[in-house]
Design a protein around this ligand. Structure first.
Ligand code: BGO
Length: 267
């Protein structure tokens, strides 16, 4: 059986450049079933049994766009052996929003921070070890354009896929929210594997209707939602989103430093 590694990231993070560099001419292009969203897979160069699946570029795992639905359904339904999450290092704050959600899927994940050649020119710093510690996953610096670090990222993705080591998300929501997430997790059916329970519980809490189509037994969580909304005086969608941004801000504060003396343009 082949190992499947999904490439996931925001639009313009350099995913296509990385996919081409990792697979070369070993690519198969088609459409995702029933939709006109391009589906690309390719064999990882140097490996007979590793398939790289290029997911559509997305900002979130909330199913607002067709691309988000396709990517999410693949990640939930097919459960690749690992996710290689590409993050644009020049736009890391925005990119981490998707990462926080990918990490809740219970799939082994490696993060590749791309565009490191640009950061070298601007003098902006990302402290990779600190970032790895704060996120609870391995992080590799790459330049998909120059090809630096990409072999290491691919090797780490293959290794984590084989080890089946699921990262335990470091991020915890407010303790009241965590309590609700746990109580929803406990009411999920056996169709949801243990590793995915947190993701499904958070999506139900966010009133995500589409997630219900992926479940054979859907617990009624309306009472929990009403209780937490009145306690925290906000709707659950905003509560979850705001907490993600607070977590990301704390990561940026600790792991990134802008070069304040840099020129405005980089050639
Ligand atoms: C253009 N470093 C640098 N400097 N650029 C990179 C890197 C990197 O590591 N990786 C990707 N890029 P996609 P998605 C372009 O196309 O792979 C660049 O959407 C241009 N095009 O070359 O397409 C990459 O698949 C004209 O840039 O991303 C591409 O995720 C002028 O980032 C862009 C300047 O990469 C997006 C750039 C006609």
């Amino acid at each position: 059986m082949s190992i499947k590694i999904a490439l996931a990231g925001n639009p313009n993070c350099g995913k296509t450049t990385l996919f081409n560099a990792l697979t070369g001419s070993n690519q198969f292009v088609g459409n995702w079933p029933g939709v006109t969203v391009e589906k690309k897979e390719g064999r990882l160069k140097g490996y007979k049994d590793v398939i790289i699946m290029d997911l559509p570029g997305i900002y979130s795992l909330s199913p607002y766009t067709l691309e988000e639905v396709v990517a999410r359904n693949y990640l939930i339904g097919e459960r690749p052996d690992a996710i290689l999450n590409i993050v644009d290092g020049t736009n890391i704050e925005r990119n981490l929003y998707l990462s926080t959600q990918l990490m809740e899927l219970g799939i082994p994940l490696i993060m590749a921070v791309n565009m490191m050649d640009v950061l070298e020119k601007t003098g902006d710093k990302i402290y990779i070890d600190k970032l790895s510690e704060k996120l609870g996953c391995e992080v590799v610096e790459i330049s998909a354009l120059k090809g630096t670090g990409i072999q290491k990222a691919a090797e780490k993705a293959v290794a984590i896929a084989k080890s089946k080591n699921v990262n335990v998300p470091v991020h915890r929501f407010d303790s009241e929210v965590e309590k609700v997430i746990h109580s929803i997790e406990e009411r999920l059916g056996s169709d949801i594997v243990k590793e995915q329970k947190r993701f499904f519980a958070i999506k139900l809490l966010e009133k995500d209707e589409k997630i219900k189509t992926q479940m054979s037994k859907v617990p009624d969580v309306s009472k929990e939602i009403v209780a937490i909304e009145s306690k925290l005086d906000d709707d659950t969608e905003s509560i979850v989103t705001n907490e993600r941004y607070t977590y990301i801000s704390s990561i940026i504060n600790e792991c990134c430093k802008k070069n304040k003396t840099k020129k405005l343009t980089v050639s």
